[in-house]
Design a protein around this ligand. Structure first.
Ligand code: MG
Length: 111
């Protein structure tokens, strides 16, 4: 129980809904296997969603997570958005591990 999972939402646990169409947040479909994977992750630590959705979409986002039964401790909004060809790089004085899961988290292997 020593991990703090930071999990993206759009394209990682559900359909990839851009911020420009927030009306689709409520009807997004969970990706196959995503809920099961997040529950498996929770056995090893805390679940935090980390999303480029803005905080004005907090109510719709958390209602969706609750409706679909995702466990989580919190949601951090306003992750910087990146363009095609850019990458996220995170520098920290604490241990960090990251996984690129372009097809969502279903295939993510937990270590
Ligand atoms: Mg995403």
């Amino acid at each position: 129980m020593n991990k703090v999972w930071l999990i993206d939402i759009d394209g990682t646990v559900c359909d990839d809904v851009p911020n420009e169409t927030p009306e689709l947040f409520v009807t997004a479909k969970p990706l196959e296997g995503a809920l099961e994977k997040v529950k498996e992750m929770e056995k090893t630590g805390e679940i935090w969603f980390f999303t480029a959705r803005t905080s004005e979409h907090a109510e719709a986002t958390e209602a969706w997570l609750d409706k679909h039964g995702f466990p989580y401790k919190g949601v951090t909004y306003n992750k910087p958005r990146i363009k095609q060809g850019q990458e996220y790089h995170w520098v920290d004085n604490r241990p960090v591990a990251s996984s690129f899961t372009p097809e969502g988290i279903k295939q993510l292997s937990l270590k």
